[in-house]
Design a protein around this ligand. Structure first.
Ligand code: IYR
Length: 222
């Protein structure tokens, strides 16, 4: 096993006022992010999603295995197939699988089993977690903390999408294995999130939800 050579960290040295200013403006920016379910069909600038995915790929991961694959689907026929398969699963979920309590919790958000955004949005990013790597001799090499690693990468992906001036939705049709089939993914990949990306539809409205306060989400031990 060869070791990595160690190189000097390139530190991000800022003075304290600038640190506070940057932390504050980053929060202000992220706090404007909203999940969007209605999209314009306007296409995206060439190369934009590549940079966004490169940003997501900077996430930390178990043993630096980077156990993720990001598929960009802009093909209209494939988006249609994905919409139809997702709606079939969602109909089953809304009508049979989700509990009364779950449906009551979701009701204020106004979601339902119809997912037109899967066809209207100019791109779908389908994120797969790689549960192992298949070596050339057929040996399965383990990945570690795959859920955590891919979750972190998706958080960074969503932040990068927002930072670039686009909107998205973390959509989780369940079960999601139809995505592996439609996209012909290899046996080591499992669908993790389905993320429509694009511009919001004109005059789109979103539910007036509120974020928890600092006191609600932070406990100090001094
Ligand atoms: N996957 C379904 C249901 C759904 C579940 C939760 I938890 C949400 O926060 C939102 C929706 C759907 O996408 O409609």
């Amino acid at each position: 096993m060869t070791e990595y050579p160690f190189i000097a960290l390139q530190p991000n040295i800022l003075d304290e006022p600038e640190m506070l200013e940057r932390a504050s403006s980053f929060y202000t920016e992220l706090n404007l992010r909203r999940s969007v379910r209605e999209y314009s069909d306007k296409s995206l600038p060439a190369g934009l999603l590549d940079k966004i995915i490169l940003a997501a790929g900077t996430a930390p991961s178990g043993a630096n295995k980077q156990p993720w694959t990001f598929c960009i689907v802009t093909n209209a026929e494939m988006k249609k197939q994905i919409r139809m398969a997702a709606e079939t699963e969602e109909q089953e979920s809304y009508n049979q699988r989700m509990s009364e309590e779950w449906l009551r919790d979701l009701a204020p958000l106004g979601t339902n089993d119809q997912k037109p955004f899967l066809e209207v949005a100019p791109a779908l990013i389908v994120v797969f977690r790689r549960i192992f790597e298949l070596e050339e001799d057929g040996h399965k090499h383990n990945n570690y903390y795959v859920q955590e690693s891919v979750g972190i990468a998706c958080g960074m992906l969503i932040a990068a999408i927002h930072h670039a001036g686009l909107v998205c939705l973390t959509h989780t049709p369940s079960p999601m294995n139809f995505l592996e089939k439609i996209l012909g993914r290899p046996s080591n990949e499992r669908a993790y999130l389905l993320i429509p990306v694009g511009y919001p539809a004109a005059e789109v409205r979103v539910p007036d939800i509120h974020r928890k306060t600092l006191e609600e989400i932070c406990v100090r031990y001094e």
